[in-house]
Design a protein around this ligand. Sequence first.
Ligand code: FAD
Length: 390
Amino acid sequence: MSRARTVVVGGGLAGMRTAEALSTKGFDGEVVVLSDESERAYNRPPLSKSALRADVTSDDVPLRMRKTADFEWRLETRVVDVDLDSHVLRLSDDTTLDYDHLVAASGVRPRRLDLAGPSTARHVVRTVADARALAQALSGTGDVVILGAGFLGTELAWTIARFGRVVTVVAPEAEPLVGAIGAPAAAALRRRSESAGVMFRNGRTATHVVGESAPRAVVLDNGEVLAASVVIEAVGSAPNVDWLRSTALDVTAGIEVDDRLGVVGASNFWAVGDVASAPQALLHGRRRRLEHWTHAGESARHVAAAILGSTEPFVSVPGFWTEQGGIRLDGYGFPGAADDHVLVAGDWDEDFLARSEFEGKLIGFLAAGFVKESAPLIKELSANAAAAHA
Ligand SMILES: Cc1cc2nc3c(=O)[nH]c(=O)nc-3n(C[C@H](O)[C@H](O)[C@H](O)COP(=O)(O)OP(=O)(O)OC[C@H]3O[C@@H](n4cnc5c(N)ncnc54)[C@H](O)[C@@H]3O)c2cc1C
């Protein structure tokens, strides 16, 4: 009898961690990771921070893996289609591969803006090659305009301002990051970045880019013209679900999974990492995709355990961090969905610990420093998540 085969689509952090967990926790079969990138998984978070360098390679941002992990990598291999009934994948080299268990770990790609104007020197940052190209462009002169004020846009602004470049962040929200961390912390991070020279145009969008072969300026919806030799688009992401288009699954907002991370409407099919749209206990079961590093690993280990026979639900407390404004801010749960932010310790403009509550209940918290004091809040949050799931 042939051995069972698990195929993982996507060789980023979540795909690698799934394969690693399967191969080290006793999966008695073949594990194959298919990746359309030319290199094995590397660590993306430093690319908007310390590793934004013109010579950065994946060796500079490695991901550690257990030495005993043993599985097959197939690089530069894109999955183009799948037949979920017969369990067969079609690959970019026109071959097919059948599976017993399928794991979607195909991540996301940067959303692009449809702005008139030159498309050269308009950057995104997702891969090592993206970071290298941006850093090379930054070795020239001229001002930088960043479109989008989420984690990526604001981290890049802080990093680039420290290179001595004039940086302006343009975004429609009233405060950068407000949707992710709530107004008080968002305002505090903005003040920190402003003190390092970053400028913000909040409540504004770009209408077009001016220039012939390269950008010279970005024009905003109020007519303001911002000089720019480098334009960065950091306006969110789109899930990599093209390979599922011919299936009956609704993949508009990612791959919908149940509370065990099994894909809704399919058998022996799981989704992990950024691409998975899972019900969140802390949000009363509302679905969210979580583009957090920690979630990639936790969801991967959970799915490996499920393939090995576990029937446990995935009731996690999401965790993330950002580095900007000279601090590391850790976040848990869903601070952006809170209706009240209660300062527990410190000061918004220094180190702080703040509860994020919704209708009086803890749904998240933020910590700049205060690591020891965070422990009881993690416990309370986990208890709330478990109670909400029950
Ligand atoms: C610049 C940057 C900074 C970040 N900083 C932070 C941070 O500070 N804190 C934090 O919590 N998180 C951060 N993140 C998010 C974190 O890195 C991601 O959540 C994590 O990398 C997601 O891993 P993943 O495996 O789900 O997706 P990915 O790493 O994107 O992997 C998906 C892989 O699948 C491949 N693929 C897609 N479609 C196919 C296909 N059809 N066939 C084969 N392969 C395919 C893709 O090319 C890719 O290699 C950051 C991300 C970026 C880009």
